[in-house]
Ligand binder design. Structure first.
Ligand SMILES: *Cc1c(COP(=O)(O)O)cnc(C)c1O
Length: 458
């Protein structure tokens, strides 16, 4: 390991050789996916219209570790291992006795953690003879990552991009095109569900749930075409465990263990990928505070209901048991586009429900203030999503200052914000608003939940 006491850089041979699968060690077993039509469990084979067998096997695997194929390791080596950084300048600015570390996933080719799963997803589809993948993207990070991975394995990529982001982030679109991806604003006229949604003007800004429906419809209809999801699913969290494993390797080398582990939460993949390798210590009795940071405008884990719900607005994909704000919830256009999803990963939902982790909902203004302090101390302009994790880390560091505690705080910097300058501009021009999720939305969401519990229990 190379280090100047601030940046800790592992070498290529230290890239983890296995992903860590938490499925067998979850405090409650995963609930089956259910058919949205009749509430009966969906057999895995039924999902082969969208995913290759290899990824479905990972989805339900009970092996504690899954070996990473050589071709994936080779592509990972374009940017992994990512640096672990001791945020000494931030610590100084906060005058905190805490040690703050962050994992910089912003150094990947597309600027976020998303290639960690885009690469294996394209690889396994390619191995299964699939020629084209459809997907959705919010802020454009996932679409860029999949387009990049597609270019490595000769896969056609079709991306349905949530319209607000398509308009706010034109350069993300160009980036996808640079990697060879094909981008469409969603809801679009290209699918049945898109045309139906567009009949109601309030759907025009789009949402991840709507874009998922479009991508799934197309994948189901076209021969040789599959679908890829950038978060939420078990195999996505599995792939992201390279983040936590590398962080753990460095901290172990320094003789340190984290007391607080933080990640921002959209669908749960970067938080899960950071948290999972450290969760075993907590299950063995060590006191660790795991914090999933989310926007107060879309507080899925903090205020959502734990129930079976649809994953998409069009009700195409199987029902999953998770925290949800309701499948037709259209979150306000907050600038952390990647955190605007109504649902959450079933794995993270179980961890939250069992009390192993907690969630923190943050106002947009607090996250941008944290982003500025981070940029002006550590020099990196964070993605607005990652700014949620920074804000939570700052809260934890301030608590350490008040109680004079020398804790180790670890957070994941899920991405840089170079394509988010419009959001920063809105902040500087006073155009940012704080949205709070209204309480009555919870009751509205509850009324919209599918009535399936009876059939599962029967
Ligand atoms: C997509 C994205 C997120 C949110 O997704 P998760 O699955 O919750 O990790 C967070 N940060 C960045 C930079 C992203 O691109």
């Amino acid at each position: 390991m190379k280090s100047d006491g601030r940046i800790f850089q592992l070498s290529t041979r230290d890239i983890p050789k296995k992903w860590i699968n938490i499925n067998p060690d979850l405090p409650e077993p995963l609930s089956p996916f259910l058919n949205p039509a009749d509430g009966t469990p969906v057999p895995l084979e039924a999902m082969q219209a969208l995913f290759p067998e290899s990824l479905l096997a990972q989805e339900v695997s009970m092996e504690r570790e899954i070996e990473i194929p050589e071709d994936i390791l080779e592509t990972y080596s374009l940017y992994r291992p990512t640096p672990l950084v001791r945020a000494r300048f931030l610590e100084r600015a906060l005058d905190t006795p805490a040690k703050i570390f962050f994992k910089n996933e912003g150094v990947s080719p597309t600027g976020s953690h998303k290639p960690n799963t885009a690469i294996p997803q394209v690889y396994y589809n390619h191995r299964a003879g699939i020629k084209k993948l459809t997907t959705e993207t919010g802020a454009g990070q996932w679409g860029s990552a999949l387009s990049f991975a597609g270019s490595r394995f000769g896969m056609d990529i079709r991306v349905f991009m949530v319209r607000v982001s398509y308009e706010q982030k034109p350069y993300r679109r160009v980036m996808m095109q640079t990697y060879g991806g094909n981008v469409v604003a969603s809801p679009s006229e290209q699918t049945e569900v898109g045309r139906r949604l567009l009949q109601d003007e309030t759907n025009r800004p789009g949402s991840l749930g709507m874009a998922i429906s479009e991508a799934v419809e197309l994948a189901g209809r076209e021969e040789g075409t599959n679908y890829a999801l950038g978060s939420v699913l078990n195999h996505v969290l599995l792939h992201q465990t390279v983040i936590g494993q590398e962080a753990k390797q460095v901290l172990d080398g320094l003789g340190l263990k984290p007391d607080v582990v933080i990640g921002c939460h959209g669908g749960g993949s970067n938080f899960g990928g950071m948290a999972i390798p450290f969760l075993y210590d907590k299950m063995a009795g060590r006191d660790i505070d795991f914090v999933a940071s989310e926007p107060l405008a879309c507080p899925t884990l903090s205020k959502g209901l734990y129930a079976y719900d649809y994953g998409d607005a069009g009700k195409y994909i199987p029902l999953a048991k998770m925290y949800t704000l309701g499948h037709d919830f259209v979150p306000p256009s907050v600038h952390a586009g990647g955190l605007r999803y109504h649902g959450a990963s079933p794995i993270v939902s179980i961890l939250k429900h069992s009390g192993l982790i907690r969630a923190e909902a943050l106002r947009q203004m607090e996250t941008f203030e944290a982003a500025l302090l981070f940029a002006r101390t550590e020099g990196i302009i964070p993605a607005p999503e990652s700014a949620h994790a920074i804000a939570s880390a700052i809260r934890a560091a301030k608590a350490c200052r008040e109680r004079d505690e020398e804790k180790v705080i670890l957070f994941n910097l899920s991405g840089h914000g170079h394509f988010d300058m419009a959001s920063y501009q809105a902040y500087f021009s006073g155009g940012l608003e704080d949205f709070e999720y209204p309480e009555e939305e919870v009751r509205r969401a509850e009324a919209q939940l599918p009535r399936v519990e009876m059939k599962v229990n029967a």
